[in-house]
Design a protein around this ligand. Structure first.
Ligand SMILES: [Fe+2]
Length: 298
């Protein structure tokens, strides 16, 4: 989709997004005040006519754009909807459904690989502030579960010393973005702490598969943090018309494996990201954009 076409869709989303006043208030509340779980969910949203789930991106054809408008209206309430060059070719709305060829790869398109808990794009200087996942169709046997663990719940299980450690100890966060695609493992010299921001109410970034520790202690605490995060996860099973909004600076998330039939009945999710400080990024990068490449430093 061209930038002009996208702007038309975004404008239409604001006036005809499909969210009612109560739902708009819930999203704004979540943005301004947050909640201990780090996510919110809206159900039974008007997603329009959903054609059979495609089995490849090339065969994706969706005439009714109700779900896209809904997703963008919600994203615009949280910040600026953005995309990444390495995700779905830079599309701001990403469609996820099982691909026969990618079933074993640990990407968002995969369907039978359990992903570990992670913050989205923890290595990226322009990290998404929110992740929005809209369910268009559940998997045929309703196995798919999304897990979310919030920093608040995790901190409850960490000692004061461990919290201090994670506020001060840098880890090397590897990039899974290459120049044009993802699923890489690249050292971009991104040394940063797991907890950051206000020590009394810190943000969290964590992606154990893409983090290198600098000491044995750091490695063992990384594993402990991962276990703690899994012990406090909240499972979410999404139905068609459910929108899950995840605060990506205060949570980690994962997804369970699920089956696919490739007959049009498979799970179909739409996703977008929202960022809260686009103008700051424009200032630092000297360029205005809704679609970012790999940015390692600002
Ligand atoms: Fe993710």
């Amino acid at each position: 989709m061209s930038a002009d076409n996208f702007d038309h869709l975004l404008a239409a989303s604001i006036t005809h997004g499909g969210l009612n006043q109560r739902q708009i208030a819930q999203i704004l509340n979540f943005k301004l005040f947050g909640n201990p779980a780090g996510f919110m969910r809206l159900t039974q949203l008007p997603i329009g006519e959903i054609p059979p789930t495609p089995s490849s991106r090339e065969s994706l054809c969706k005439d009714d754009d109700s779900s896209e408008r809904l997703l963008l209206q919600a994203a615009a309430l949280l910040g600026e909807p953005v995309g990444y060059v390495q995700e779905s070719g830079g599309s701001i709305i990403n469609n996820f459904f099982p691909h026969r060829t990618q079933s074993r790869a640990a990407t968002s398109d995969s369907f039978d690989t359990e992903l570990d808990l992670h913050t989205e794009n923890a290595f990226h200087a322009i990290q998404p502030d929110y992740l929005l996942l809209l369910c268009l169709r559940q998997d045929p046997t309703s196995e798919a579960i999304t897990y979310v663990a919030s920093v608040e719940r995790i901190l409850d299980k960490l000692s004061y010393e461990e919290q201090l450690f994670f506020l001060n100890e840098p880890y090397n966060f590897l990039s899974d973005y290459g120049p044009s695609e993802k699923n890489q493992r690249i050292d971009i010299d991104k040394h940063q702490t797991v907890l950051y921001g206000d020590p009394d109410a810190p943000f969290l970034r964590f992606d154990p598969q893409f983090m290198l520790a600098f000491s044995n202690r750091a490695q063992s605490l990384l594993e402990r943090l991962r276990d703690i995060a899994w012990s406090v996860v909240e499972p979410v099973r999404l139905d068609p018309g459910d929108l899950l909004i995840i605060d990506n600076r205060r949570t980690v998330h994962a997804r369970s494996p699920f089956g696919a039939r490739f007959d049009g009945s498979d799970r179909w999710m739409q996703r977008t990201f929202a960022i809260c400080n686009a103008r700051y990024y424009t200032e630092r990068l000297g360029k205005q954009s809704r679609v970012y490449g790999l940015v390692t430093e600002l």
